[in-house]
Design a protein around this ligand. Structure first.
Ligand SMILES: Cc1cc2nc3c(=O)[nH]c(=O)nc-3n(C[C@H](O)[C@H](O)[C@H](O)COP(=O)(O)O)c2cc1C
Length: 286
């Protein structure tokens, strides 16, 4: 009860701060919100089961501004203070838990295109890679370009599958086409090769590390888009579509297509998900 009244006060203060542009009140509201993340969720039934907007749970209320996505801390700033963007892991873990596979979506977006670009840039810049090799590449297609992409994929599949098999596949692809955008994830094999040459003793490891780093990028953007209200799913129509997309988007020959991340405004709910017992999947030695 006490937490709820703290959250209510915090929301009230936040409203006043935004309405009257009072920085001190903004700061006070932020501090209170940080103390009461859970109860804020309770006060906002609209967000039940979804992540709270970042600015409500971030330790810095200004972090919703786009500038946050363009600055990286200077080396001398990388003390614990500059690292603690979040007060704790809660908002991050909430985003992790709320990320699901959404198939039903419309061709609308919950965020402006500029914000989508920021999320992509942030993902590309900050997701780790082996030896900081930065081998991941992305091609982002939105709106009509997204629809064209799925028409192309359907065309390629139609030419390759039996009529019956294509009918089945077409239903799914039409669903993806109804979204707002797709990110095509690639790995630049020439860069992977460079690192294989540079670090000979790990030569055989780099291809798997390249796949792993690509998966991390997919995951970061998937989670970030859903934290901002989008519905997302992950597809693998490669390698059948690789050659055609290479021509269509002028993609270098050395870029190897890994997956297609499809997104749009969600209309349905994700399917039920079962979980294996954690104890069977994790061993602890303390
Ligand atoms: C590496 C990987 C590959 C996947 N490939 C596909 C895919 O090709 N098509 C698809 O519809 N979903 C794909 N998925 C989504 C999974 O089916 C989904 O994440 C899983 O069932 C758990 O559900 P959730 O995403 O709602 O948590 C993939 C997920 C991962 C992590």
């Amino acid at each position: 009860m006490r937490r709820e009244s703290t959250a209510f006060t915090a929301l009230l203060l936040l409203f006043l701060a935004i309405a009257f542009q009072i920085p001190a009140v903004k700061e006070m509201a932020t501090r209170l919100l940080r103390q009461s993340t859970h109860s804020v969720r309770g006060l906002l039934p609209h967000y039940k089961g979804r992540v709270l907007p970042a600015f409500l749970i971030s330790s810095n209320i200004n972090s919703q501004s786009s500038s946050h996505f363009h600055t990286s801390p200077k080396p001398q700033d990388s003390s614990s203070a500059s690292k603690s963007i979040m007060a704790n892991a809660k908002p991050f873990l909430a985003a992790v838990e709320n990320r699901r596979t959404f198939y039903q979506m419309t061709n609308e977006s919950t965020i402006p295109d500029a914000r989508i670009k920021e999320l992509v840039a942030h993902t590309i810049k900050h997701t780790p890679s082996s030896f900081n090799s930065q081998t991941t590449r992305a091609v982002v297609v939105l709106k009509e370009k997204h629809q064209q992409l799925w028409d192309i994929i359907m065309e390629v599949y139609k030419a390759m599958l039996s009529a019956e098999a294509f009918e089945h596949a077409k239903g799914r692809m039409t669903g993806f086409k109804s979204g707002y955008g797709t990110v095509l994830w690639y790995e630049d094999t020439s860069r992977v090769r460079e690192f294989q040459e540079k670090f000979k003793s790990y030569e055989d490891k780099f291809p798997q590390w390249s796949d792993q780093t690509n998966g991390m990028h997919q995951y970061v953007l998937w989670t970030a888009l859903e934290a901002e209200g989008m519905g997302v799913n992950l597809q693998h129509y490669n390698p059948l579509i690789d050659a055609r997309l290479q021509t269509e988007y002028g993609v270098p020959e050395t870029w190897n297509l890994k997956s297609q991340l499809v997104f749009g405004k969600p209309t349905g709910q994700p399917g039920e998900k079962t979980f294996q017992p954690i104890e069977e999947r994790v061993k602890y030695f303390e």
